[in-house]
Ligand binder design. Structure first.
Ligand code: AMP
Length: 380
């Protein structure tokens, strides 16, 4: 095995699976760390069945990997630091520490001159009341750590509700002013070991109940000025963190056209799954290229893409494959209500791409069809 292409991934979910798959054509050998029995990454790579904070992990990885990366940000920072002598960790532990704590993240974003929703720290019930007085009502209380897909969040409309939410969540939180956004966007960018930056075009995302349902890329109605601001925002974050790898910024576009950063993900992201078929280089391959010190690939699109998440109730594989141009990705997970089990991408080169993509979504079996169409129609 050639030196320099053995990648250890902390985490064993679908992002790890797709990273490993992207590595196969490049003879990248991946090994993932996760205790779960038969996780999504299992079929694609070798598993080290230890927890990320196991004291035995450094020994198990010694001499086995050239670089370490992670596919989730909810990792114990101290444990990760103890792996630094084993192999370089990319993106850095510092990037993870910033992105895994909503308060540190928002402070960092403000410090580097980017806009966010108004925010304030909440450590207890009195603090919750003071925080919503500062950020305004309605507000969201969000746990500082471990929250994802809308979990660990409460919308509060009064000071009393803010107190109750702080009591229920019972962990350090932040309060955020409720943003009346025009739409949700994300920007995904890669930075190489030599500092080279490549940015994918803005993506428009539709969430329901805090969970991503559909992404469209490139987002429509993006002026060259807005596109340039997104690129500059991504660059600013990447450079401030001396980042190596793929990073995602989830954004709100305000009614006035401002870009507010909702959250940073120090990793490949669900809103970038369309890049597998819809861009010249996928986010997964670009992440591997970046962390291995290889040249980054083109982020140019191959048409217009729509990505639909398959949550809980998935149509049969033949029913999806019968739709022309359907790219079906299944994560090999046990079905459970609301669980992300896979995704589906369509890429269009037609003259009227919007019409063409909608016509493809119309062929999905119910209830996915109605859900996908309503999300698609909610995009600009
Ligand atoms: P998050 O877990 O922070 O990514 O939030 C999940 C979803 O909740 C976002 O994609 C938005 O749809 C919504 N959301 C989060 N924060 C806010 C906010 N400050 N104002 C309005 N909506 C929000």
């Amino acid at each position: 095995m050639a030196e320099g292409r053995r990648v250890g991934i902390l985490g064993s979910g679908q992002l790890g699976r797709m990273l490993a798959l992207a590595g196969h054509p490049l003879a990248v050998r991946t090994l993932f760390v996760g205790e779960e029995d038969a996780p999504p990454a299992a079929a694609t790579a070798r598993q080290v069945a230890l927890a990320p904070d196991s004291p035995a992990l450094a020994g198990a990885l010694e001499g086995e990997v050239d670089v370490l990366t992670y596919e989730l940000e909810h990792l114990p920072v101290d444990a990760l630091r103890s792996l630094e002598p084993v192999a370089p960790i990319r993106p850095s532990v510092h990037a993870l520490a910033v992105a895994s704590d909503r308060l540190a993240e928002k402070q960092f974003l403000t410090d580097i001159g980017l806009s966010t929703a108004p925010f304030a720290r909440v450590d207890d019930e009195d603090g919750a009341e003071a925080a919503v007085a500062q950020v305004g009502l309605p507000a969201l209380l969000k746990t500082r750590r471990e929250g994802y897909d809308g979990k660990g969040q409460r919308v509060v409309r009064t000071a009393q509700e803010a107190r109750a939410a702080a009591r229920e969540l019972a962990v350090p939180c932040i309060a955020e002013g409720f943003v009346r956004f025009r739409r949700e966007l994300s920007v995904i960018a890669a930075r190489g070991l030599d500092g080279e930056v490549r940015v994918y075009p803005l993506i428009e995302n539709v969430h329901r109940d805090g969970v991503l349902r559909l992404s469209r890329a490139p987002a429509r109605e993006v002026s060259s000025e807005l596109a340039a601001r997104a690129v500059s925002l991504a660059r600013t974050v990447l450079e401030a963190l001396d980042y190596v790898g793929v990073l995602t910024a989830e954004l709100f576009e305000s009614e006035g056209g401002d870009l507010l950063v909702n959250e940073l993900a120090p990793r490949v992201h669900n809103s970038g799954h369309w890049t597998i078929e819809g861009a010249e280089t996928s986010q997964f391959e670009n992440h591997l290229r970046a962390i291995l010190g290889w040249p980054l690939g083109s982020t140019t699109t191959r048409g217009e893409s729509v990505m639909v998440n398959l949550l809980g109730d998935v149509p049969t594989t033949p029913a999806m494959l019968a739709i022309p141009g359907a790219h079906v990705h299944l994560y090999d997970k046990e079905p459970r209500a609301g669980r992300k089990l896979g995704h589906l991408t369509f890429v269009s080169h037609a003259d009227d791409t919007a019409r063409d993509l909608r016509a493809r979504l119309e062929q999905l079996p119910e209830p996915l069809r109605a859900e996908a169409l309503s999300c698609f129609d909610a995009t600009t």
